[in-house]
Design a protein around this ligand. Structure first.
Ligand SMILES: *Cc1c(COP(=O)(O)O)cnc(C)c1O
Length: 414
């Protein structure tokens, strides 16, 4: 019988004191948890038990529970220990319809790349070692010629992500100087990358020109002063202004920049190495086309359309890339060995465009026919219904997919 039934004349305080006597001590519960102590250690187990006891006390006091058993306390403490040891960063299933989802880790690596990542993770590599000369090497050497072959650029270097690529480029080429940029291109991508803010962080001075919807060549020309470091063009990856608009093409901007002895820097964001129109995706300029239009430096991500690891690629003129490489920030922003080997493997796939769709998961996912997506949904439906239980209704509905990560504007699967 519970205390409440034995004597209903007891005051609340007396009742509480009475309950408290039945709560075992920390030591008694810990003593009962031998195998957990072996696994997690005495300190961790005691602290979990202390938390569980505090909760039990509160539950008793508030009347949420009438009785507490040692077995129940032990179970709660064990569950708390399991939960605390569970990583929060874990595999997920992407059912969002956004293929390159920044919050879900963007591109999946192809098998070829996964294999070399594992090998690089578990042994030494020639990361910064030149086997020919037996001397210290450059990590860029493993990837530069491949990038140049695919983009037509003279030189290339890689860093941790494209935000770092933009930061490093501007810091090297425009520190304390002016960079005229169209108001229509002062974009925010993915919530924390904003062109004006990255420009300030790089130490250059943004000179806003034109308007949100229209910027002309004359606006750039009027903004050029003795303090101008370079002309900048940013790909407005994730949004589009329709209607009464005008932007200056790279080709015209390059001519103007070169007339004034200035480099043209283009932040492409997304990383089109092949013409995606051949796979039924919207036509977007390739890096190769942008380089051939006269851009002196082009930056792009490795884990957007390119379908590789997180990284930022800086391609362009040999003298400018050499300056960028010498910047002390380059070391601070360097690409790690696992991403580097993955990038090399993914770029190697691009040398055989005919088999690219079969081997590159990003491209395979982006070009899946609707019938295939529907068949998969039908296959998954019963399992998903079972997994989420009877509280949820699971059904198949048509929706629009998008590439995501600011890579191309929304597109419908063909
Ligand atoms: C995505 C994007 C970036 C940022 O690249 P991260 O790889 O996310 O660092 C910068 N500029 C443009 C235009 C982009 O689309």
């Amino acid at each position: 019988m519970s205390a409440r039934v034995i004597d209903f004349t007891m005051s609340e305080d007396q009742l509480w004191t009475d309950h408290r006597r039945h709560i075992p001590s920390v030591d008694v519960v810990v003593h009962d948890m031998g195998s957990s102590v072996d696994r997690w250690g005495h300190d961790q187990v005691s602290s979990a038990v202390r938390r569980v006891l505090a909760q039990a006390r509160a539950d008793l006091k508030e009347g949420r529970t009438a009785e507490i058993s040692i077995a129940a306390l032990r179970q709660c403490a064990e569950a708390a220990l399991q939960e605390a040891g569970r990583p929060t960063l874990r595999p997920a299933i992407n059912l969002t319809g956004t293929v390159l989802h920044t919050n879900l880790g963007r591109a999946w690596l192809p098998q070829e790349a996964v294999r070399v990542v594992v090998a690089a993770a578990r042994s030494c590599t020639t990361l910064e070692f030149d086997l020919e000369t037996g001397e210290r090497g450059e990590r860029d050497n493993h990837v530069e010629s491949l990038i140049c072959e695919l983009t037509g650029a003279e030189a290339a270097t890689v860093v941790n992500n494209n935000a770092a690529a933009v930061l490093l480029t501007l810091n090297t080429l425009a520190m304390n100087r002016e960079v005229p940029t169209s108001r229509g291109e002062l974009v925010e991508i993915g919530g924390s990358f904003r062109i004006p803010e990255i420009m300030t962080a790089s130490g250059c001075r943004l000179v806003e020109i034109g308007t949100t919807n229209r910027t002309h060549l004359g606006d750039y020309e009027a903004a050029i002063t003795a303090d101008t470091a370079l002309l900048m063009k940013v790909h407005t990856s994730n949004y589009r202004i329709d209607g009464f608009t005008h932007a200056v093409e790279e080709i015209d901007l390059a001519v103007l920049a070169h007339q004034h002895g200035l480099p043209l820097v283009v932040d492409m964001g997304s990383d089109n190495l092949v013409d995606f129109a051949r796979f039924g995706l919207p036509l977007e300029p390739t890096v190769l086309a942008t380089v051939s239009m006269g851009a002196d430096v082009v930056t792009f991500s490795g884990d957007k359309l390119l379908g590789g690891p997180q990284c930022g690629v800086i391609t362009g003129r040999k003298d400018l890339i050499a300056m960028i490489r010498k910047n002390p920030l380059k070391w601070a922003l360097r690409l790690d060995k696992m991403s580097l080997v993955a990038l090399v493997e993914v770029l190697r796939l691009y040398r055989s465009p005919a088999s690219l769709r079969d081997r590159l998961p990003t491209l395979r996912l982006l070009t899946r026919p609707v019938t295939e997506i529907k068949a998969q949904a039908e296959r998954l439906l019963p399992q998903l219904s079972e997994a989420v239980g009877s509280c949820y209704q699971v059904g198949i509905a048509a929706c629009r997919s998008q590439v995501g990560s600011g890579a191309l504007c929304p597109v419908q699967p063909s």
